[in-house]
Design a protein around this ligand. Structure first.
Ligand code: UN1
Length: 497
């Protein structure tokens, strides 16, 4: 069967890229399976899309927010109806196991419902004026055209974190999805169009970062930029956006730790580590790539983890009995392999995995074994750098304070977790871990869409996605003063009678 060709969405029409070039999107579980042919766009397509979004902004910003929200709500309902179909296509293009792909679609449904509610909120403030017969307030205004660059690991959820709040605030959008997972973004936007979104309000341009992503950040008519991806690329995006003073939200890497204290429920912690480290094949910004274990339970926990991780069934995620799917592409497998070699050379003990899987079920895909290093020193590169694969590092620690010191001793600060039954230690951890998210007795993954999502240090630049954080990013304050005294009143000067 020949693969279907997918086009860009510009001004409400599905059209080919100006370059006339396209590329194949392959199934990472079996690269003989072509998911689809997608447009390889360049700066001309971006310019067309931004121009369409700029025209659409003049109308969309005037649509009352509750009406905008109804379209988002309907899109949520359509996504729910289409959940199974979209989840299967997501597993095919990205590799995550079907149940997780369903979760990814569900996360976009949750975001739609939450952001639809914002159509009737977007609360501003009214305050008393310091002058008589004068009214003072601040309201949220849209920003304009928003440029979005989204990653492949949550190919529907993360685009929805960007699009839905931007839309409900009255902005228009151009989104460039990761080249590995354009179909899930196209599916998301199809739901929006079928829900009645006017043409030009959302435009999708597929292709590669340097060719299509970079010009999106540079476009003068793009007034705000949202990027999720590596800290390396995020630094460039941030620098380019800063040159034209665009607000820019960056959500980047992590080196998230689960801390397991001596008094923890070890079996519960074990389930958490398996899910946190190997869920989505370790390809989450929130993945538990470090496990800091207090010495009293360290060996016992390591044995339990190795025993269970060894039993994980790796394979094509479309098979419901599979626990862990492939990595998304060759480069990711090579990165996992590279870090295994680095870890071994640094003197960490490789107790499980460490290789690309071989055999008829694996040879055509990008499969890597669940991998566990023990006796890892907190300063080793495998304990410091993001790997984004099914590799986790067990680090022994002496006590609570030592654990917090290790947890905080990395360049990143996205998610974190502590397993303990001691309420005092739990509260100290919530206060002292310098990260955007802390879980108690739950793993580092599993953020819900109505709370702020993002992190400290090299993880982000201070903005948050999800919940109110997103509304804050996609709106700007306008302060308004209405003087109904019929005379000139000078603030700070006219102090009364
Ligand atoms: C990501 O890792 O890039 O909290 C996003 C979670 C998901 C989102 C992860 N809800 O793990």
């Amino acid at each position: 069967m020949s693969a279907k060709t997918y086009k860009n969405l510009i001004d409400g029409a599905w059209i080919e890229s100006r370059s006339g070039q396209s590329y194949e999107n392959l199934n990472p579980a079996d690269t003989r399976d072509v998911v689809g042919i997608f447009q390889r766009s360049d700066q001309r397509d971006i310019a067309d899309a931004v121009a369409a979004a700029a025209r659409a902004f003049d109308r969309w910003r005037l649509v009352p927010a509750p009406r905008r929200a109804e379209i988002i709500y309907r899109a949520g309902e359509l996504l729910l109806e289409r959940k199974e179909e979209y989840a299967r296509q997501m597993t095919q293009e990205m590799g995550k196991v079907l149940n997780e792909a369903r979760g990814d679609v569900q996360e976009s449904v949750d975001t739609a419902y939450y952001m639809a509610g914002e159509g009737r909120r977007q609360f501003g403030v009214t305050v008393p004026s310091e002058l008589p017969n004068k009214f003072a307030m601040a309201v949220r205004m849209p920003i304009g055209v928003c440029g979005m660059i989204s990653p492949w690991n949550f190919p529907m959820a993360i685009p929805s974190w960007k699009l839905f709040p931007a839309l409900v605030c009255g902005n228009t959008c151009v989104i460039k999805p990761a080249e590995d997972t354009p179909l899930s973004t196209i599916n998301l936007v199809k739901a929006l169009m079928d829900a009645g979104l006017p043409k030009g309000v959302v435009n999708v341009v597929t292709g590669f970062g340097p060719e299509a992503g970079a010009p999106l950040v540079e476009q003068t008519n793009v007034r705000a930029v949202s990027f999720t991806g590596s800290s390396e690329v995020g630094r460039i995006v941030g620098e380019v956006a800063a040159r034209s003073f665009k607000p820019c939200s960056l959500e980047m890497g992590g080196k998230n730790a689960i801390i397991i204290l001596d008094d923890a429920n070890l079996d519960l912690a074990l389930e958490g580590v398996l899910w946190g480290a190997f869920g989505t094949t370790g390809q989450r910004c929130t993945a538990a790539s470090r496990v800091i274990v207090q010495r009293g339970v360290y060996r016992q926990f390591a044995d339990k983890l190795i025993y269970r991780a060894q039993k994980l069934k790796v394979g094509n995620g479309i098979d419901e009995t599979v626990d862990m799917g492939p990595q998304v592409n060759q480069a990711q497998v090579e990165t996992a392999q590279k870090y295994v070699d680095i870890g071994k050379n640094e003197g960490a003990k490789l107790e499980l995995g460490g290789h690309r899987l071989k055999g008829p079920a694996y040879d055509n895909g990008w499969f890597f074994e669940p991998t566990v290093f023990t006796d890892v020193d907190p300063q080793m590169r495998i304990a410091q750098e993001e790997i984004f694969g099914p590799v986790t590092a067990l680090i022994p620690c002496n006590d609570f304070d030592h654990a917090i010191e290790i947890a905080n001793g990395v360049a990143y600060g996205l998610s974190s977790s502590v397993y303990t039954r001691d309420v005092n230690k739990a509260f100290k951890a919530m206060r002292d871990i310098y990260a955007g998210i802390t879980y108690i007795n739950a793993p580092t993954i599993g953020a819900e869409v109505h709370l702020p999502f993002g992190g400290t240090k090299a993880t982000g630049n201070g903005h948050r996605e999800g919940g109110l954080g997103a509304i804050d990013f996609y709106s700007q304050w306008k302060s308004i003063y209405v003087d109904f005294s019929d005379r000139l009143q000078r603030a700070q000067i006219d102090m009364g009678e």
